[in-house]
Design a protein around this ligand. Structure first.
Ligand code: ZZB
Length: 258
């Protein structure tokens, strides 16, 4: 799978993370790194998600930067010479997802320049970086989770202001209009982020409709079909130093030479 790694610079750590990290960072730039298949939707980021119970590390990356992701992703990135050194990522510190929640980060290309880290129950430790950028206009999982968080802020231990950014129209589709995810959540009667079977169906529908029939309604490539805009947005983000190519093996393939 060919992901785009999105670099979300930490602007202000949560109190829990600040306490846990002490002096580890030492003035360096730190980025939460999200893996996405939909770089063209980055205009509509409203927050970022981590799994509260997952383990994250701070790893040394190129240009004296620090990346936050799962150890598994760090190892993959080291092989791709994104994280250094190549054979053995250096973990400077560890954080539980729960400690990162409430951290304020930059959201590259988004109409919301700074957003917050929030908890999502379905974040898989086995996929991407364990950091997921949230686009509730076009991702049904993101929309359902954001609505859960707003309804039950206290239960999820978040400050309601962290979940206050509304979905932003990014692309328009013939079937679902400018807000595919909210439309599908309503149509399939999805109640919460726990409706995983219906959410998988909604994701498939949103993805197909958005990618093959969508037209951009925002940004430099406004008016362009999504299929054409996608690599262009990706290239623009990479050229701006805000993203990088990140490949992940779909499964482990045995070497042919034995
Ligand atoms: C932004 C975005 C905007 C995404 C959208 C999707 C959509 P796939 O096909 O299953 O590989 N993601 C990335 N890592 C994880 C993880 N560890 N756990 C759970 N979800 C994760 O899906 C890849 C997408 O799943 C990624 O692309 C990311 O969310 C999320 F409008 O990034 B996406 C209809 C989907 N729309």
């Amino acid at each position: 799978t060919e992901y785009t790694g999105i670099k979300m610079e930490v602007v202000q750590w949560s109190d829990a993370a600040k306490q846990a990290l002490g002096g580890v960072i030492n003035g360096k730039k730190v980025f939460l790194v999200a893996a996405t298949l939909r770089p063209e939707t980055m205009y509509g980021q409203t927050n970022c998600f981590v799994g509260a119970t997952l383990d994250y590390g701070l790893f040394t990356a190129k240009d004296d930067e620090i990346y936050v992701c799962t150890y598994r992703a760090a190892r993959n990135m080291a092989f791709q010479e994104i994280i250094t050194p190549r054979d053995n990522p250096v973990k400077l510190a560890e954080l539980k997802g729960s400690q990162i929640i409430g951290t304020k980060i930059k959201a590259p290309f988004s109409v919301n320049p700074e957003v917050y880290v929030l908890p999502m129950e379905g974040v898989l430790p086995t996929k991407g970086t364990g950091v997921v950028t949230s686009v509730p206009s076009d991702s049904p999982d993101d929309y359902a989770t954001l609505m859960d968080l707003r309804k039950k802020a206290e239960f999820y231990k978040i400050d309601p202001s962290w979940a206050a950014f509304d979905p932003v129209p990014v692309l328009s589709t013939p079937t679902y209009g400018e807000m595919s995810a909210p439309a599908l959540v309503k149509q399939l009667k999805i109640q919460s982020q726990k409706d995983t079977i219906k959410l998988a169906e909604a994701k498939e529908l949103a993805y197909k409709e958005g990618f093959y029939k969508g037209t951009m309604v925002i940004g430099e490539f406004k008016g362009m079909p999504v299929e054409e805009a996608k690599p262009k947005v990706r290239d623009a983000m990479i050229a701006a130093g805000l993203a990088f190519a990140y490949a992940e093996p779909d499964r482990f393939i045995k070497s042919r030479s034995g």
